[in-house]
Design a protein around this ligand. Structure first.
Ligand SMILES: *Cc1c(COP(=O)(O)O)cnc(C)c1O
Length: 345
């Protein structure tokens, strides 16, 4: 059972009266003379402040993602939502968070920035999460649990039954980061929002939607949680150019589906070829647009590829990833260049 939201939110944030921007105070589209925000009347298309709540964009995302618009937070990348989780729910120097290990590095960086204790719980050698290990790491000061699925850098999906056990048992907030969810057939945890008031699901346009440059991150949660994010975020956190581009991309989800299909097919082809390389020790199962591979000498292969103008991610020093490279699936030509270089290694 989830604690009352008031017990989970930082007391100063619970009491916070948000800044009210000019564009917050007027709502409705009847007005046509805007003399309220000290904007320049010239240079139209970018002279006006953007909608602080990105209402038009949320209407479209609500349809694509099948959630209510009031269950959506949009931010400057998922990274903004990750940081907001800390700033809204954790008291620096007092609270802690629990996360699977290894996982996405930003959860720890944001914990460190916010002076919040980060408790990393090692998964087993197949990168499987055990719910009771996670719950055992919690105490009365644990506000958040971080679960990334499919997980970065391992690539595998985390067992849904284990995640559900945590959602059912943990009295704090559970964040499920589905940055790579668009690459799997598995149902999104978004579909369980109405059942779990302690659930936050993250998503992004940086991966399957092919738009890392526009910085468009999404969080889905109860209206009560979204309202708290909205009062803490910068007033104009998503700029107009990003909102325009996101709207344009979301109008053509078919393009994204084609990219995803093609990338998965490419991924499977590259993995088969990679496994035949003498330098390959093993490739871990993946549900994402990348794979984690154990090789005989990660640092040497990483350096060799770099000398050939090919950059992969060396995860050699990450927990449980000794001698592992994380390799993103590129175009067919890029992947062939990688394989060609490795065959000559
Ligand atoms: C790439 C990635 C993101 C996306 O971050 P953005 O700030 O939206 O670009 C989020 N979570 C994980 C686990 C990722 O790998």
């Amino acid at each position: 059972m989830m604690k009352k939201l008031e017990e989970l939110v930082r007391p100063n944030i619970w009491r916070l009266k948000p800044y009210s921007s000019a564009r917050d105070e007027y709502s409705g589209h009847e007005a046509h003379v805007f003399l309220d925000a000290n904007e320049n009347p010239f240079n139209t298309t970018v002279n006006r402040y953007p909608d602080p709540l990105q209402r038009d964009l949320k209407q479209v995302i609500a349809k694509v993602k099948n959630v209510a618009a009031e269950q959506i937070f949009l931010g400057n990348g998922s990274d903004e939502a990750i940081d907001l989780c800390y700033r809204c729910f954790t008291e620096p120097g007092k609270d802690n968070v629990v996360a699977i290990e290894p996982t996405y590095g930003m959860y720890r960086v944001c914990a460190d920035i916010n002076d919040v204790e980060y408790r990393a719980v090692l998964m087993n050698e197949r990168f499987e999460m055990n719910a009771s290990d996670m719950l055992d790491a919690c105490d009365e000061h644990t506000k958040l649990i971080w679960i990334c699925t499919p997980n970065n850098p391992s690539g595998n999906s985390i067992n849904s039954a284990e995640i559900l056990t945590i959602l059912d048992t943990f009295p704090g907030i559970v964040v499920v980061d589905e940055a790579y969810g668009d690459f799997t057939q598995k149902p999104s945890f978004r579909t369980l929002l109405n059942r779990y008031p302690n659930l936050i699901v993250l998503n992004t346009m940086s991966k399957a939607w092919g738009a890392a440059a526009i910085r468009m991150g999404m969080a889905f949660a109860s209206k009560d949680i979204i309202d708290i994010f909205n009062k803490v975020k910068y007033p104009y956190n998503v700029n107009q150019l990003t909102q325009n581009k996101a709207l344009e991309l979301l109008k053509d989800p078919f393009q994204t589906h084609q990219w995803v299909r093609m990338l998965i097919q490419e991924r499977n082809r590259v993995i088969v070829a990679f496994q035949q390389l003498p330098l390959c020790v093993k490739v871990y199962p993946t549900d994402a647009n990348f794979f984690l591979a154990e090789v005989n000498d990660a640092q040497a292969i990483y350096n060799y590829l770099m000398e050939n103008g090919i950059i992969v991610r060396n995860r050699n020093r990450v927990a449980m990833c000794g001698n592992c490279l994380r390799i993103t699936v590129g175009t067919r030509n890029e992947n062939n260049e990688l394989l060609g270089a490795l065959r000559k290694y």
